[in-house]
Design a protein around this ligand. Structure first.
Ligand code: PMP
Length: 401
């Protein structure tokens, strides 16, 4: 008898499980709108040209070795990542008040930040939006924080529940941590306006709430790296503390390379130095130090202005294709006279549309049309193409009528 014979079968991950089911489906009609990864118009994964170039440079550089990186990762990568999110002219960077550590993509950055806060911050409660990316509550609970939610999405308008958000943050435990999606909120595609961000900032600062930004889609939402970082920069500009977890999975297409960074903006260089010393104590027993390849690709691109420009163009092309899929799907539903208001498809931002379809409608579309998506009705616009839009529109039309 196995010592593990009593182990229960764990459920499939609710997001990654969609792809498992998709892979089993033999139908030629099948479409995977569950996956949070960019696909070309042909439905293929995309490696950016500029990434291929950077990799070529790295391979040809005979002086490169495979030594361990420091616990905090590649120094150039960290500096450039902070500049990318906070802006090249950020006073916080110039005053050396920012510590940045390379982590395992966005997930690892959130986890390291969560573990640091659980050890060193006086208020161990984190408020996350309702709904949010399904991994958030698990990451922060396992990091040792107590997770609560604040209202975010209003199903009746398919937009922001701004009043509810303000009420919940007003009632939050003073000093608590608040997780904010920097842009392209996942799964809703609903972001606050600049005015609303400013109100959120004022409220949070007045209550001493600590902002923790999750930036998984910089440049992917609007096509502009600066516009998509505006929320973060507003908080940093007031001189207060701020956490930011960055991922290069989407915006450089480096998903499996696991490249990301955690930055902590402090009030002085002295504090930032001590914070970094403690981050090392979090990281060392977890994975010792991060991998070298992906961070080297990012650093190569970010420090060369020609490659940087090429990246911004490829990034914009991905964002534009997603925006065009929104328009095409909206138009296809209009053409079919599908009942209901579908304008949220073109109003929402980023990789996902929160369709408003319920779990029965989703199950129906999967069964009858071989369309795969998470049961909350979230579809990845990046998984759509001009070829598959009509099929999806047909399915939605039948599902809601
Ligand atoms: N945060 C959000 C909101 C996300 O959507 C994702 C990717 N699905 C991540 C973080 C982290 O992804 P990764 O660890 O691949 O960078």
């Amino acid at each position: 008898l196995s010592v593990f014979s009593n182990i229960a079968q764990a459920p499939e991950d609710p997001i990654l499980g969609v792809t498992v089911a998709f892979n089993k489906d033999q139908s030629p009609l099948k479409v995977n709108l569950g996956v949070g990864a960019y696909r070309t118009e042909e439905g293929k994964p995309l490696v950016l040209n500029v990434v291929r170039k950077a990799e070529q440079l790295l391979v040809n550089d005979q002086s490169r070795v495979k030594e361990y990186l420091p616990i905090t990762g590649l120094a150039d990568f960290n500096k450039l990542s902070a500049k990318l999110i906070f802006g090249a002219d950020s006073p916080a960077i110039q005053e050396s008040r920012v510590t940045t550590v390379q982590c395992l993509s966005g997930t690892g950055s959130l986890r390291v930040g969560g573990e640091f806060l659980a050890r060193h911050y006086h208020e161990r409660t984190i408020y996350i939006p309702q709904p949010t990316w399904g991994n958030h509550p698990k990451i922060f609970t396992l990091a040792g924080l107590s997770v609560k939610t604040y209202r975010y999405y209003d199903p009746s308008t398919r937009g922001l529940n701004f009043q509810g958000l303000l009420e919940d943050l007003t009632a939050a435990t003073p000093g608590a941590i608040v997780l904010l999606h920097a842009c392209a909120h996942n799964p809703t595609g609903v972001d606050p306006t600049v005015d609303q961000w400013e109100q959120i900032r004022r409220l949070m600062r007045s209550k001493g709430l600590l902002p923790f930004f999750d930036s998984a889609y910089q440049g992917f939402a609007s096509g502009s790296l600066d516009a998509d970082a505006q929320s973060v920069r507003m908080f940093v500009a007031d001189g207060g503390e701020c956490f930011a977890a960055q991922s290069y999975a989407k915006n450089m297409g480096l998903y499996g390379e696991r490249v990301g960074a955690l930055s902590i903006v402090c009030k002085s260089a002295d504090v930032a130095g001590r914070v970094e010393s403690q981050l090392k104590l979090v990281i060392r027993p977890m994975y010792s130090n991060p991998p070298i390849h992906g961070a080297s690709i990012v650093a190569t691109i970010l420090k060369n202005s020609e490659m940087y420009n090429e990246w911004t163009m490829e990034l914009k092309a991905m964002a534009d294709r997603i925006i065009s899929m929104r328009q095409q799907l909206f138009d296809a539903l209009q053409t079919r006279g599908t009942p209901g208001d579908w304008s949220h498809i073109i109003k929402q931002i980023g990789m996902f549309t929160f369709t408003g379809l319920n779990s029965e409608q989703v199950a129906f579309m999967t069964k009858e049309y071989h369309i795969y998506m998470t049961s909350d009705g979230r579809i990845s616009m990046a998984g759509l193409s001009s070829r598959t839009v009509p099929h999806l529109a047909d399915a939605i039309h039948v599902a809601v009528t």
